[in-house]
Design a protein around this ligand. Structure first.
Ligand code: CO8
Length: 259
């Protein structure tokens, strides 16, 4: 793969921006350099008009086993505040194009939280998900108490966050943390297939749809419905809406240009 920083590798394949976390010896623990690399890769692809969606993956043994514990173990509260690591996570949260996670091995702590920053999650059967921070005397800090609760409900979120127990891929899928589980050897192919499928759709419709779904995490139902309606109306100002509906009526495949 073409590089950015060594910790994060990037590559483009037919309008899909591929981002790979590359610290396999450390189970892809997310140190500061890796987080910088991730932000640069994802925001770079978000700005690139040739890219329509992103695939985020790790290695076979680990998507990411959490924040780098060695980098945090001696830090004071003031030092942690000064590092302001969460502004990087905020930046990833604001990525507009869809991100598909291809997860194999461990997705723990910050790794599981990173999965929850993605939009569609494809997991290998042997993938494991967890928020084990409680076992090292802390708690989740990059959304692990909030996004788990909203996506899998209080009972399961409490179980994960308070016990640190790992969920197997099928359990994570049943709970709603993951959307597809495939045999280990197919997880990357399947995620890439999803990406290519997304790349053929209207990029503006995708971005608006992503924004609307994420709004549901953040607002009341009536405000969310209002927001959805406005985004829906806005799409009628695009050529892609004309093209999509005309193609349906003419019984042909649409060609979306992002205009
Ligand atoms: N940080 C640093 N190094 C790690 C981490 C990690 N999170 N996880 C694994 N490693 C390293 C190990 O130290 C080891 O390095 P070395 O070979 O140099 O000793 C190497 O990766 C391989 O790991 P193991 O030998 O431990 O492999 P095992 O197969 O025996 O065990 C486990 C795999 C179960 C995944 C085990 O490595 C483990 O428990 N890892 C830690 C998991 C964890 O606690 N994660 C949560 C971290 S805290 C967090 O994520 C807070 C997020 C807050 C938001 C982020 C902003 C700061």
């Amino acid at each position: 793969m073409r590089g950015m920083a060594n910790e994060v590798l990037t590559e483009t394949r037919a309008q899909v921006g591929i981002v790979r976390i590359n610290r396999p010896d450390k189970l892809n623990a997310l140190n500061l350099a890796t987080m910088d690399g991730l932000v640069a890769a994802l925001t770079g692809f978000d700005r690139d008009p040739e890219v329509r969606c992103m695939l985020l993956t790790g290695s076979e043994r680990a998507f990411a086993a959490g924040a780098d514990i060695g980098e945090m173990s001696d830090a004071s509260m003031v030092e942690m505040i000064r590092r302001d690591q969460f502004s990087k996570w905020e930046r990833i949260r604001r990525v507009k194009k869809p991100i598909v996670a291809a997860v194999s091995g461990y997705a723990l702590g910050g790794g599981c939280e990173l999965v929850m920053h993605c939009d569609i999650v494809v997991a290998a059967e042997s993938a494991r998900f967890g928020q084990p921070e409680i076992n090292i005397g802390v708690m989740p800090g990059a959304g692990g108490t909030q996004r788990t609760t909203r996506s899998i409900g209080k009972a399961r979120a409490m179980d994960m966050v308070l016990t640190g127990r790992m969920l197997a891929a099928t359990e994570a899928c049943q709970a709603g943390l993951v959307s597809r589980v495939v045999p280990d050897e197919h997880y990357l192919d399947e995620a890439l297939r999803v990406c290519h499928e997304l790349a053929d759709k209207s990029p503006l419709a995708l971005q608006h749809a992503k924004e609307a779904v994420l709004k549901a995490f953040d607002t009341t139902l009536s405000e969310g419905l209002e927001y959805e309606r406005k985004l829906f109306y806005m799409l009628f100002a695009t050529q892609d809406q004309r093209e999509g509906m005309a193609a349906f009526l003419e019984k042909r495949q649409p060609v979306f240009t992002g205009k």
